[in-house]
Design a protein around this ligand. Sequence first.
Ligand code: PMP
Length: 332
Amino acid sequence: MDFASVLARIKEASPKHRLDIGDPDLPPPPEFVEALRRVGDFRYGPAEGLPEFREAVASLFGVEPSEVAAVAGGRHGLAALMWAFRRRRLLTPSPYYPGYFEIAEVFGLRLGLVETDGGWMPSFTERGVYVVNYPNNPTGVVLPRGKVRELVDVAEFVISDEIYRDIVFGEFTSPMELSSSVAVVYSFSKVLSVPGLRVGAVVAPRELIKEVVKFNKATVNVPPTPVQRAIASVADILPRRRAEVSEAYRRRAELAASLLKLEFVRPGGAFYVFPRVGDDVRCFETALATGVSLLPGSLYGDPRHVRLALVEDEERLKEAFTAVNKACGDLR
Ligand code: PMP
């Protein structure tokens, strides 16, 4: 089943619980919504992003504004970087975020897969440019610092998709802390619950930022300026917001661990669990019949698992987990 037919099936079934796509349910921060309402300047801006936006992101990451480019969402930043490294060997661990393959396909690129173990830990042995994503979609896992060291030691360069970096339940080490041959893709979609606004940033060495700006010029030219302005004006709320969303999603992951009668590796961040069910499409269909949509793991390269996005409140999740236990508990 491909993504389009899975979504068509969900639409047709119209389930009570939508635990399929990763669309955050927590409301956006009111200060941010207010800031967005106040923006009155809708003109073009520089392709690299507004100065105040670059400064705000630079101070969040402890880098210079010249090492930051605005992009139209994390996926746009990923496309810019995969394009910039189009002549190199690109590698990504499995299971993977399907967006990487959609990007690779339009650029005619090959993306090699790196195997992972039972705890979703990859073994980084091959030289190449790695596209990695921690906290991870679909598994929620985070690499321990030693693994991040192994990655930066073997990689020619790392494209680190950190769009869930603000949703962490414990330690998180960005490869950027251990090496300068790293570009981070950041996005406001998940932390602020605003995936429709399409704004994110690439944090990378200056030479690479120039390539990202070239890509911006060839595509959106200017990432949405009203959103950049609003973010820059309330950037100081981010540490608090980070703590709030991390706590809310951590509680939901705990709830999944205590109620789901399916095995899964405990997530260290993000808002997904990726339990083992044996047959992903059967679980998808039976869960749908009991009123819960989830996603077959084959969309992420693993047909033995399914992905649940924890994007409902705890009461609703309890009900959904009971239905999933009934639907998929015996499929293994
Ligand atoms: N990377 C990962 C791992 C994701 O899960 C997503 C969105 N689900 C993205 C990138 C893209 O997010 P956006 O373009 O909204 O920033």
